[in-house]
Design a binder for this molecule. Structure first.
Ligand SMILES: [Zn+2]
Length: 183
């Protein structure tokens, strides 16, 4: 069984990273350019994700660039990387959309939403647009994080899972505070 048995292009996936999870969009196909030779090649199992200068998300800036995707680990912003650089050997799951309120309220925060998502090709196009334009803004743990990025790609609107219930920014704080209490 390959990874393609578990994830489909356009899926929103998240990997456990200790105290919180890291979110990304699996885009299925990508090409990367080797900065040393300038040669372009296909990247297997590519994901697009968003992070700040946080070692939990990006790894150490001193880490050598990945030999598959050339990710430099310390780069903030929207990045295209191989699955390994995203997953870092941790468990990963698929984020669920269109769940019922009962499911939403009884499931761990940051794993599902009642919102509907768009078709995979739309989702992938949005992720690539954010990557190419680098216009998702500055990373903020509370207001503009990796989950906001992935949900924005999926639905066209950045959201924390609580924001789906109409709490907006206040909900984002409640969500993160609630998670922090369980750490
Ligand atoms: Zn990599």
């Amino acid at each position: 069984m390959g990874l393609e048995d578990y994830v489909k292009p356009g899926n929103h996936i998240f990997a456990e990273r200790g105290v919180y999870d890291h979110h990304s969009i699996y885009v299925g196909k990508a090409k990367v350019t080797d900065p040393s030779s300038g040669k372009t090649r296909k990247l297997k199992y590519p994901v697009i994700h968003f992070g700040g200068n946080n070692s939990n998300i990006k790894g150490k800036a001193s880490d050598a660039p990945c030999r598959k995707c050339f990710n430099k680990h310390g780069d903030p912003g929207v990045t295209l990387t191989c699955f390994h650089c995203f997953q870092k050997g941790n468990m990963f799951s698929t984020y669920r959309y269109d769940v019922s309120f009962i499911t939403f309220n009884t499931t761990k925060n940051g794993t599902c939403t009642t919102a509907s998502c768009d078709e995979p090709d739309v989702v992938i196009k949005r992720a690539y647009a954010f990557l190419h334009n680098q216009n998702f803004g500055d990373y903020s743990f509370f207001f503009n994080n990796c989950e906001h990025f992935a949900t924005a790609c999926k639905t066209g609107k950045a959201r924390c899972n609580q924001a789906a219930m109409g709490f907006g920014v206040a909900g984002a704080i409640v969500c993160k505070t609630a998670r922090r209490l369980r750490w």
